[in-house]
Design a protein around this ligand. Sequence first.
Ligand SMILES: [Zn+2]
Length: 93
Amino acid sequence: MSITKKMGRRGIIKTCEICGEEFHPKHGNQKYCGEGCIREAKTRTMRKLRKTYGIHNKKKWLGTGGLGSTPYHDFKREMIAIQKEKVRCGLSK
Ligand SMILES: [Zn+2]
């Protein structure tokens, strides 16, 4: 689903990526209409990550280099993957 961006009378109207409702974003990069949809978006991202790394998780994932072999093209996802790896390796502290 793509974000539709158009100008309304009260400014920019965006379409929520989760529920498809139109809303006026408070921030320029707001993608979702409200708390509920933000949470849903996060849940979906986590589910996707878990699916991607699910097979590796059964084996010893820590230290086997979950990063690098299949880097995401999406920088944001790559960031999340790196952060997850850092937590797994105990580097976040
Ligand atoms: Zn929504």
